[in-house]
Design a protein around this ligand. Structure first.
Ligand code: ATP
Length: 291
């Protein structure tokens, strides 16, 4: 069922070479450079990447709540968890078990809260995680997740990217016709440094950067309502200005967001009228209008 990356004639050295043109030579078509031709995903109209340089900054939380917010806007959304080594979607959506296979041999997305989802976590149990996989196995799995899923009339497919700017991220950018990317960062310097690397990577791959989202911006004390900027203040705003990208929104650090995620019911569905859910909706509106 799987067509491997290698059978399409893709090599990392050629992926990397494609980013440099030091002599300013005229562009050679991708096909004749033996580079992958960017493909659409069957059943999907627009592809949105949600990425971060650093892990643990809230990329999966934001991907899930954005996808659910797109649904609230009347769009059909899908969520693809591209983190092969640390899939989050099964837990976030309280979904387990293997996906069914369609008559055409494709993986049928698993659905909860009306959202179509696919994740490596459905294909291999956590105990047998992909941790010891070699590059080729990772690429085979990625290829299957990208092209062998039977998405049904999805307007926006949100791809929850693995953290960082490594092989998997490069491959996704090289293989897919991506419509836009959102970069997530906390205000902390370490997170911002890595977010900048992500912005540079998307620019090199000519993927439109729709904007930055600052997560865990502040914590509001439930008693005195004082706002504490635990991870720093204004860093993402300054970086957005410097990079000339839009700052799409600030999301506070909210206990309910973490609790509901752990219970497998993202806040956008568990408490749709909460302040943070409305912030997700605002960001979704901005992103949808840019796609
Ligand atoms: N705004 C928020 N308020 C409270 N908790 C949050 C918020 N955003 C994320 N979290 C929590 O922070 C943790 C990390 O979030 P998440 O898994 O979404 O990050 P990630 O960037 O996808 O991580 P990884 O790269 O490891 O997959 C989770 O426990 C999540 O529930």
């Amino acid at each position: 069922m799987v067509t491997t990356l290698f059978s399409r004639g893709i090599h990392y050295s050629s992926i990397l070479r494609s980013h440099s043109n030091p002599l300013g030579l005229p562009k050679i078509p991708r096909m004749s450079q033996n580079l992958p031709v960017k493909s659409a995903i069957p059943g999907v109209k627009k592809i949105l990447l949600v990425s971060s340089g650093k892990g643990g900054v809230g990329k999966s939380t934001i991907s899930a709540n954005l996808a659910l917010s797109f649904q609230k806007l009347g769009l059909t959304a899908g969520l693809l968890d591209a983190d092969i080594f640390g899939p989050s979607v099964p837990k976030l959506f309280n979904i387990d078990g293997e996906p069914r296979i369609s008559d055409q041999g494709k993986l049928i997305p698993k659905t909860n809260y009306g959202l179509q989802t696919m994740s490596m976590g459905y294909l291999i149990p956590t105990e047998e995680s992909a941790i010891a996989w070699r590059g080729m196995m990772v690429m085979k799995a990625l290829q299957q997740l990208l092209f062998d899923v039977a998405w049904r009339n999805v307007d926006i497919l949100v791809i929850d990217m693995p953290p960082g700017t490594g092989d998997t991220q490069l491959s996704i950018g090289q293989l897919l016709k991506v419509n836009g990317a959102v970069v997530v960062s906390t205000p902390q310097d370490l997170s911002l440094i890595d977010a900048k690397k992500g912005i540079t990577m998307f620019r090199k791959m000519k993927i439109p950067i729709l904007g930055l989202v600052e997560n865990m911006s502040y914590f509001e004390c439930p008693n005195c309502h004082h706002e504490s900027h635990i991870f720093g203040n204004l860093g993402v705003q300054a970086e957005a200005k410097k990079q000339e990208v839009e700052l799409l929104g600030f999301l506070p650090l909210v206990k309910e967001v973490r609790e509901q995620s752990d219970l497998g019911k993202p806040v956008a569905v568990s408490n749709a009228s909460s302040e943070v859910s409305l912030k997700f909706l605002e960001i979704a509106k901005k992103v949808a209008s840019k796609l």
